[in-house]
Design a protein. Structure first.
Length: 632
């Protein structure tokens, strides 16, 4: 098992141990991931190719306070939204009697100065309704230019008598007019939590999704059914009318009658005009047949603004060339890679294509009774899974490897026993208002500084891609060395970012958990200013898909005098090779070589390089892959 040093958070002394099984309290994440202790599994090295932004632009603005952390627990809640028509931010949370409202009422905080200041007000009152896990978005009727006449749309699950009985769906103008709260009854016969992916399109069609589920004593699913609610704005009444649809993906059932599906990873997203939508599940798709897959996306698609849904083809990720360099193989055969997807978020671009950002680990087993097992030394790797032409062919883009693993409730030091709370990397996806750029943020801990191997001291990381020009950014650590270094918990990225002068502002919030250091006590929400990319940051040409056409290996690694590069390509190709250091600076002249189909070998002289970590970028036909190597 991994071990940790002794650390102090404020006055609290936390002694931490870890494994890699993310099983938390039934009201928390419910991730079906089990650990296999295997010391001979190959640990995937941390990629390390990061850039750091200037830290003096990072500052925080206080927003509001919630009665406890469960107000912002789930990464797929949409608590933060930016509306480009009104140039306004809104954050939604449960109240805190010591600051504003009660824990059963909702608070909306708005900013019209890019997060420099926020004004908070009670947006959904009535202390007798037990509202939980809120989301909030802005609907601006077409042609409206007045903030007061725009709507806030609020939604989430309601609990009664220790069960999840209803979904609350509320709306009103910012002037407080046309106030309406509807309750959709839970008729599933199971607990039903609808709290993910709240969206509304310019024409006033809204969606939110979730799951009816049952769990066994170990918090693994024994039943799961997808639910998506569709609301249509009625111009006459100024209210939304809601209908419900049910989706039932077929997943593997283990011998102990558990279902191989993550009930906490159900999500939905729509194109900017609302016409094309996708709803995703994460589970062991039964359509894999005898060659069972691990947990991976199962995706439905709508082409009529969510009126009807059709399941898309099975996505075969077994031994996908983009995954092989980064994920360990099965215990029974290390040459077979089947990814276990533990976290996702999704957006849809202006062409109606889905972009699923997925944090993957290597599945250790493809036996029907153990599809949820992963290795204890695999922190995970982030990829972008996306289709083209709205079709069933999916491409994969490598984004980053994680320095640290998720934090289990048993090792977080945040609460104790059944009341303790852990967290993952909080993968968050966004698009530009026009849907021609995609962005992703997540959190990770600087393991070299803090000396831990779990995400106890999270920084904010980000990456973006220009879809029209097919250029991406380097991964950026925005907060390392700033005033919020290692203190970015339960963050949200608005699913829509703001076009700023010379680049993009990424609206991000975090939550202060250390003031009370107890998940059942109040928490304090903050807006993080200074997160974003300039136009000049989109400098990497092509999609990191070269491994679809080629396989790249290096030896020896570590190297002293030369590195031998083996590149296998399917067809004759022009291959470019460049070596970079940790700052992203080119340290050796680039080389262009015409390679024949098949395996090709060349050597790179590294005598002139100092000892340290370097990266070889291999570009094939306008796509590329990166390999890390060490000079000793």
């Amino acid at each position: 098992m991994k071990k940790h040093l002794l650390f102090f958070v404020g006055l609290a002394c936390l002694v931490l141990t870890t494994n890699a099984q993310n099983v938390v309290h039934s009201e928390k994440a419910r991730v079906h991931e089990r650990i296999i202790e295997r010391t001979d599994a190959v640990a995937i090295p941390y990629n390390g190719l990061k850039l750091e932004k200037v830290k003096d632009n990072i500052s925080i603005t206080d927003i509001s306070s919630s009665v406890n952390i469960f107000s912002v627990l789930m990464a797929q809640q949409h608590c933060l939204i930016y509306n480009p028509d009104l140039d306004m931010l809104m954050f939604t949370n449960r109240g805190n009697p010591g600051v504003i409202a009660t824990g059963n009422e909702l608070v909306s905080s708005t900013s019209i100065d890019d997060g420099a200041t926020f004004e908070s007000e009670i947006s959904l009152a009535n202390t007798n309704i037990l509202r939980r896990y809120p989301s909030g978005i802005i609907f601006n009727p077409q042609g409206n230019t007045t903030i007061g006449d725009a709507y806030r749309l609020l939604a989430g699950p309601r609990t009664e008598s220790n069960s999840w009985s209803k979904t609350y769906l509320a709306s009103s103008t910012f002037e407080g007019l046309q106030a309406d709260e509807k309750m959709v009854e839970n008729t599933s016969g199971y607990d039903l939590i609808v709290r993910h992916g709240l969206t509304v399109d310019p024409g006033g069609v809204a969606h939110i999704c979730g799951a009816a589920y049952a769990l066994n004593g170990q918090n693994y699913a024994t039943y799961c059914q997808g639910h998506i609610l569709r609301g249509v704005y009625n111009t006459g009444s100024g209210q939304f009318e809601w209908t419900e649809q049910i989706l039932n993906p077929d997943v593997n059932h283990a011998g102990d009658q558990t279902w191989d599906i993550l009930v906490s990873e159900i999500n939905a997203a729509f194109s900017p005009n609302g016409q094309i939508g996708y709803m995703s599940f994460v589970g062991a798709d039964a359509r894999s047949g005898d060659d069972l897959c691990s947990f991976q996306p199962i995706i439905y698609k709508s082409i009529d603004r969510g009126v009807t849904w059709e399941i898309m083809d099975y996505i075969n990720l077994k031994n996908h060339p983009a995954l092989i360099p980064w994920l360990p193989g099965l215990a029974r055969d290390p040459n077979i890679v089947k990814p276990f997807v533990s976290e996702t978020d999704m957006v849809v671009d202006n062409d109606g294509n889905a972009h699923v950002f997925m944090l993957c680990k290597g599945g250790s087993s493809d036996h029907a009774d153990s599809l949820g097992y992963v290795y204890n030394n695999d922190n995970g790797t982030l990829f972008e899974l996306f289709n083209q032409g709205q079709g069933n062919e999916w491409l994969i883009q490598f984004v980053d490897t994680m320095q640290t693993d998720q934090v289990l409730s048993t090792e977080s030091g945040y609460g104790s026993g059944e009341d303790a709370v852990g967290w993952g990397h909080r993968v968050q996806a966004a698009t530009s208002p026009e849907g021609d750029f995609v962005f992703v943020t997540w959190t990770d801990t600087d393991s070299s500084f803090f000396g831990v191997d779990i995400n106890l001291y999270p920084d904010l990381f980000g990456w973006g891609r220009d879809l029209e020009n097919n250029r991406s950014t380097y991964v950026v650590d925005f907060t390392n060395g700033s005033d919020v270094w290692g203190d970015n918990y339960f963050h949200y990225l608005s699913p829509i970012v703001k076009r700023a002068e010379g680049g993009w502002m990424l609206p991000v919030t975090t939550t202060d958990i250390h003031t009370t250091n107890d998940p059942d006590l109040p928490v304090f929400h903050r807006f993080v200013r200074g997160i974003g990319f300039s136009d000049g940051d989109f400098i990497i040409d092509g999609v990191n898909e070269a491994v679809r056409e080629s396989t790249v290996n290096l030896y020896p690694n570590p190297a002293a005098e030369k590195v031998n590069v083996i590149v296998s390509v399917a067809d004759q190709a022009e291959v470019d090779l460049c070596v970079f250091d940790l700052t992203g600076s080119k340290v050796l002249p680039g080389v262009s070589v015409a390679f024949k189909a098949g395996e090709n070998t060349m050597s790179i002289d590294v005598n002139s390089l100092k000892s340290g970590i370097y990266f070889l970028r291999v570009s094939v036909n306008s796509t590329y892959t990166v390999r890390k190597f060490i000079v000793k």
